[in-house]
Design a protein around this ligand. Structure first.
Ligand SMILES: *[C@@H]1O[C@H](CO)[C@@H](O)[C@H](O)[C@H]1NC(C)=O
Ligand SMILES: *[C@@H]1O[C@H](CO)[C@@H](O)[C@H](O)[C@H]1NC(C)=O
Length: 489
């Protein structure tokens, strides 16, 4: 008997499998990667765009020492506006305590570059003051008006053909992003909301740009690769991101400014977007430019690792699909080397407030009440840091011994794993710590990894409460430690 040719065997195997393949093909058409790429690219450089572009812009901080986050957000609004997005489709979260702050040398204006012009004009006040909170952010993303409290009522009322762009700028820590009104935004909750949005079939694809310390930890091991979301972050999961255009930097700040005006990753993507024809620039090209600039030309001295997460293939698309393009740039041909690449100085996000308080103190007239006040502020902010660092270190030693304790503060899980498996444990640890030791505050967010490691090590909440009580006999009266804003988890 002749042996059947290999081809025949393959054919019979396929025949047997055919019903299976067929149902699978109906559910999930077989596609070559090149088809996907072709799809991604089709229609996004012309005007044949289907659907609406939505943008959600979030500044997660308040306080004049955090000037830069709201400056970033205002600047992003101007890019969306110049790109052709309509106000009804741009939703802005900003505390709005900067433009008219008494320390602002240009009252009613915000700048995002030492030589930059005002970026505050025209920015919609959708969610300001206490309305900048996690509950409203989630309601806006999910398009759920009934879940809103206050604000303009604008939500991402998007359909299946729409494209959504999200940009957030603030302090963060491992697994957490700041919000001016507590609680903070936790990575598990954010990713759940994104999955829910995807399940509701109300977008075609989404881009998320995220500036914060340890921002990689928000998506690492958490953001699925198949929900049509592409994210880039200012830093990896275990490093700081950087403020820029700070006092003492070059180019120097205009007279009267002693607070950082921008953040390194944020101004990098925005200054690139300001000058390019975004119909011709892909997300990937921008990622490369921003990565180079944010790494300070690959040195990572005063810089961080810009990361990508989610569905990476989406980065073949043009920026135009998400943020439009300024008609004034229509004739700019994209070139890697025409991006702004001047030497930059930067300040670690976590130390930017110290720089502010120091310069405020230094610049106040000798012997004035301003000088005295600034001195007090500087001491308070330092004392809070000291208190938080010491309490955490002591808790580490009480739980794990004097040798292993300090190690637990820094232990990083293998790449690709989320910070913690049990997020509700992490949140309970935060509340337990804060109820004994006071608020973590924006500085204390850096210790989130330690609190997560306590969960990963299986320490009970009772044990944590006991050692926290031992480590912190009382909550300092310092405004940073105060619990009057509630728990951050
Ligand atoms: C919208 O929010 C309200 C209030 O939180 C909730 O009861 C409702 O289920 C939400 N609707 C949808 C469609 O998720
Ligand atoms: C771009 O070039 C075209 C053709 O030369 C010209 O008509 C148009 O005005 C230019 N656009 C801008 C914004 O300079």
């Amino acid at each position: 008997m002749a042996r059947p040719a290999a081809g025949t065997l393959l054919a019979s195997a396929l025949l047997l499998l055919f019903p299976l393949l067929l149902t699978d093909a109906i559910r999930n058409p077989i596609r070559l990667p090149s088809d996907r790429a072709a799809d991604l690219l089709s229609g996004d450089s012309g005007d044949s765009l289907v659907g609406t572009r939505w943008a959600v812009l979030i500044a997660g901080s308040n306080g004049y020492y955090n000037y830069r986050h709201q400056a970033d957000i205002c600047h992003a609004y101007q890019i969306m506006k110049n790109g052709g997005l309509k106000d009804e489709n741009i939703i802005v979260f900003m505390y709005d305590d900067i433009a008219n702050h008494m320390e602002n040398p240009r009252s009613g204006e915000i700048i995002n570059h030492p030589k930059g012009k005002d970026v505050y004009a025209g920015v919609p006040k959708d969610y300001v003051g206490r309305d900048v909170n996690v509950n409203n952010l989630f309601a806006v993303l999910l398009g759920n008006k009934t879940a809103l409290t206050g604000g303009s009522g604008k939500v991402v009322d998007s359909g299946p053909d729409d494209h959504i762009f999200i940009f957030y700028s603030d302090h963060g820590g491992p697994g957490v992003l700041g919000m001016p009104t507590y609680p903070y935004l936790y990575a598990d909750d954010l990713n759940d909301v994104l999955k829910k949005k995807h399940a509701s079939g109300s977008y075609k694809s989404m881009v998320f740009y995220l500036e914060a310390c340890e921002s990689g930890s928000i998506f690492q091991g958490l953001l699925p690769e198949d929900i049509d979301i592409y994210a880039t972050t200012a830093s990896n999961a275990y490093e700081s991101s950087w403020g820029t255009y700070c006092p003492g930097d070059s180019p120097s700040l205009p007279p009267g400014y002693y607070t950082c005006l921008g953040d390194l990753y944020s101004v990098s993507w925005m200054e690139d977007s300001d000058i390019h024809n975004l119909r011709a620039e892909t997300l990937k090209q921008q990622y490369q430019i921003v990565k180079t600039r944010t790494s300070v030309d690959g040195t990572y001295s005063l810089g961080s690792h810009v990361m990508q997460y989610g569905e990476l293939e989406l980065n073949l698309q043009n920026l135009f699909l998400y943020v439009g393009s300024n008609p004034a740039n229509e004739n700019v041909t994209f070139m890697d080397d025409n991006s702004l690449s001047f030497p930059m100085a930067a300040v670690n996000q976590r130390d930017a407030d110290l720089v502010y308080f120091w310069h405020k103190y230094k610049n106040a007239p000798e012997g004035s009440s301003h000088k005295l006040g600034a001195h007090k502020e500087l001491l308070e902010v330092m004392a809070h840091r000291f208190h938080i660092d010491n309490s955490i270190e002591l808790i580490g030693k009480l739980l794990f011994g004097s040798e292993q304790g300090p190690h637990m503060l820094k232990t990083v899980r293998p790449a690709g794993q989320p910070l913690v498996d049990d997020w509700s444990c992490l949140k309970s640890m935060v509340r337990t710590f804060e109820s004994h030791c006071g608020s973590l505050s924006q500085y204390g967010m850096k210790h989130m990894r330690f609190l997560a490691n306590i969960c990963n090590a299986g320490v009970s909440m009772d044990m944590m409460a006991e050692v926290s009580a031992q480590a912190c006999i009382s909550i300092p009266s310092n405004r940073w430690s105060s619990l009057e804003n509630g728990f951050s988890a």
